[in-house]
Structure formats: C-alpha cells, structure tokens
Design a protein around this ligand. Sequence first.
Ligand SMILES: [Cu+2]
Length: 396
Amino acid sequence: MCRALTKHQPALGLAAMMMIALAPPEVAAESPPADSPPADSPPADSNDPQAAEEDTPEPPRWSSAGPAGHAPLGVMGDHTHAAGEWMLAYSFSRDAKGQLLDGASRVGVDEVYEQFPMVPIDMTMDMHMGHVMYAPTDRITLMGMVMWMRHRMDTRMADSAHGDHHDEDGGHGDHDDHDGHGSHHVHPHSVSGLADAELSALVTIWDRNRQRVHLNLGVGLPTGSIDAAEPAMHGDGEERLSYPMQLGSGSWEARPGITLLQQTRWLSLGAQAMGVFRVNENSAGYRLGPELLTTGWAQLRGNSWVAPGVRLAHSRFGNISGADPALDPSLSPENDPDRQGGSRLSAHASLNFQVPRGPLEGHRLAVEWGLPVWESLDGPQLGGGFHLALGWEYAL
Ligand SMILES: [Cu+2]
C-alpha cells in the first residue's frame, strides 16, 4: 500500500492543497502535512471540547450532527463516529450507461459493429449495499460493506451465429448489405450475486476549528465472482461474460484515501481522494487497472430536517493487465483488456434528510442523482447514462 501511495503522491498532494485552500490562512500555517503519521493520541486541546468552547460561542469542532453531517450518499467513508457509536445503513443504487464513446467522441453502434461482431448497446448496474460502522474510540471508526449486484447488458449481435457473422457472407461488415433488420438482433445478458466486500478503518489525524481530516484505510475482499457465464447460444456449455459484467475484481485490493471536512455556519464542505489498487493477479489471469477517485461537495446547513447538496466527482481508471483466456477480444470491445480504462467527471445533486425528533429520531434518508459531464474512454466503450442512489442510515 505504501508503494501505491507514493505512486499517487500527486493526488494526495492535491488533496492536501484542497485542505489548505479550505482552511483560514492562520490555520493553514499551522496545519500538519496531510501525510504525517497519526500521533498516539489526539492533541490535548482538540480532545477537550469544553476548554475550546469557552473561547467561542459556536462549537469549534466539526460535527456529524444534522442532515448535512453526512456527505452526499455517493461518498463512502466520509464521516467518523464518536466512541461506542454504531451505524447501520442500507442503500440501493443504479448506474446506467447507454452511449458508445471512443476517447471523448461518441461513436455509433453501426460503426463499432463493422469492427466487432458483438457490440454493447446499454448497461445497467444495480447495487444493494449493507453497511456497518462502529467506533471503538473517538479517533478510529471501523467500517464494513457488503454488496449484492445485478448487471444487465444489451448487445447487438449477428442472427446467424455467435461471432461468425463475417463468415456467413464472406465479407467484413457486410451486414450493411441487408436491410438492417434481418442481419442482427439485440441480445440481453444478465448476472447477479455478491460483489466485492470492503473493510476499512477511518483514522482521524486532524480535528479542530471545525475542520477534520481522516485517513481511509480500506481493504477490498475478492468476494465477487469473476467467472460469471451464461449458456452458450450455439452448442452446449457456457460462455463467459465480458470484463464489465463480472461482479468482482478477483483480487485483494488496497483502498487508501484521505477525507477533508469543514463546516461553516451555513455550509458543510468536503473533499476526498481515494485509490483502488489490485494487489495480486486474479485466478482468471488478469488484474483490473488502478482507480483514482476524487470528489468534492458542498451542502447547505441550517435546516434540521433536510440538507441539499452538490458534488463533483472525477474518476480515472486504468486498463486491465493480463487477460482472461476465456474472453476473445476480437468478439467484443468489452472483452478487450485495453478497452477498459478512461476518465470521467460527473456532477451530482443530493438531498439528505434526518428526523430531528419523535419516535423516528435520528433516522436518515438520502437521495443522490448524477450525470457524467465529461468522459474520455479507451473505447469503443460504454459511457453516458446516469447515477441514482437511495439510502437509509441509523446511528445508535
Ligand atoms: Cu456512519
């Protein structure tokens, strides 16, 4: 993990700069560098809220209370808990993709169908996630996440056979000679099951002046399947589904990150940078590329029931190293290890609700909706679409 962190030092440097940008000048001057190792115990002054509270009428510490105390739903590991607190959460999310991109340019299905006998047209990823947090101390919060996913994809393929439409008429892309209806059809694929689970520790390294910084030290567990298949369309046996359809990475993963939080009277602000690094090659002979996710958000405080927010998220994901021998890259771009990477900037709008009193006091509901605003993909690859998430959270 240390090597991974060093490799992505620019991202952590960016995160540290964002933290300094968020901080008032006099505080920035005395801020420790973001990568300094956590001390054995928090500084005495930040550990004694009463002493600090006497200086200023407003609570000087960052607080997770209220609907803006949790980030927009799409940010994981955004907040920590006080010693002894548990949190249970469930969320459902849907990510849809429906546009073929090559680089930043859109490409038509017909165009890609001239190169590949099987072309992805759209994809839907549904996720049900259960999520537990527990804080053994004020400084450390532990988190576990379990996910169940369903992936669906529609592909255009030749009517004649799986991957041999060129042979039918003896020419490349000669389906255009037909009237466009007889030569191909849309075939739905679907797979569901457990995805990769995550265990992580959130370690607070800075907590004063309504600013908080914590490290996200996560491990991804290879609980999701990487050999999902469907019955072969011609002949007996099964055909393995493409890389994006698989539910897991098959590798152990290091997921280091850093989260910066700040509150003002009217705003809750945050930024997070996180990496996903696959440590080992999986049993199918490949390793998914590294991912680097950075996001920043702002939410309105001031209402005890609801906090609207906006969020920008950037992700950079690498191509696959190695290859699954069961996937033929000439059949579909989804089977090609070198057509999986890219970057994406997306914009999200969110609403967080919390019940401030009564029998349901403390229950939180959240919704987030987002769209990609810029994408560049090693394509042809599916992009576009939307993200929608609904969630419930309860701390006890
Ligand atoms: Cu929590």
